[in-house]
Design a protein around this ligand. Sequence first.
Ligand code: PLP
Length: 396
Amino acid sequence: MATNKDIKGWRRQTLAVRGGQHRTPFQETSEALFLTAGYAYEGPEEAEARFKGAPGYTYSRYANPTVTMFEERMALLEGAPVARATASGMAAVTASLLCSLRTGDHVLASRAMFGACRYVIEDILSRFGITSTLVDGTDLSAWRKAMRKETKLVFLETPSNPTLEIVDLKRVCEIAHEAGARVIVDNAFASPALQRPMEFGADIVVHSSTKYIDGQGRALGGVVLCKEDFLYDHLQVFLRNTGPSASPFNAWLHLKSLETLDLRMRAHCVNATEIADFLADHNKVVKVLYPFRKDHPQYKLAKKQMNGGGGVVTFEVPGGKKAAFKVAKALKLIDVSNNLGDTKSLLTHPATTTHQRMSPAARAEAGVADGLLRIAVGLEDTADLKEDLAQALAKI
Ligand SMILES: *Cc1c(COP(=O)(O)O)cnc(C)c1O
């Protein structure tokens, strides 16, 4: 197989449609799905050569042609030298952390983080003698103060879940690099259509492709994007031997989804902006958080490092959990679901779901109030979404 077109000079949307495509001799226009675990050789000499590193496939835990196409396209969109796909976003996060760390190392991370990422950093790494510190991601002096000589990795998510805090990618990368640490950015909320952390200095980008990359709530997947030294010194050998490999079928879905990512993200942003403005004007809403609204505390920073505010809007209703539940129960169109990045609008109550495990004090510190609701705005007609929210908010 060979890349049949010269991609040099192609722009991003062209790369999203055609980047990384390898055609078989059948010259199929749509990328092929290779549902195979193994590969046959002309003879033992070829097998021997492959095992010594000659180009070609040996086993789908190592690599698979469909997965390779997804990885190459993702690398082109993120502006990353290399990418490796994984079975889920958490497999990507866990591998990117564990593959290079050892006992005695220290990890610095922002406090506002996806729950499972926090579990890996605080509960799993600590069992192997890897310590961690969590800081307020918006406070640059806190990042600076918490850096230690043992700090090997900095992990952050921006915008964060569910309060949509923005971390200054450029400044935090500078602080980390001065201390000799690598920076991992979880880019799931923005996707490469809205934010490319490597342009601001990030060393490693991780994705849950389950979210906006799939875009239709169908399949789990993850991606780690990095530079060659990290891949060949740490990540590749870890992935090959521990086996969190992407399913070729899921990689194929996500590869094809990348072709419409930019279009979908633009539509998510338009719809989310409309819903955020609608909620901000509503008398039963006390607070709205959306990165591209002028009243967002880090509006300027969001504008600097993102091309759009994203599809998620967070808002608070007065009356705590009781009122929030009333709104959620009254919805007729919008689903109650903790997932996001779907064409269907989904609403969740973070305090009792994604952030349930945290103590009330930790939740308060993270800004997850009992009346807080997060809506992942989908691609329905916003007039229907507003009608649904209006009738639900009228119940409180
Ligand atoms: C969903 C999500 C993950 C985990 O991804 P999975 O595909 O569910 O394993 C990690 N980080 C963020 C920000 C997410 O939204």
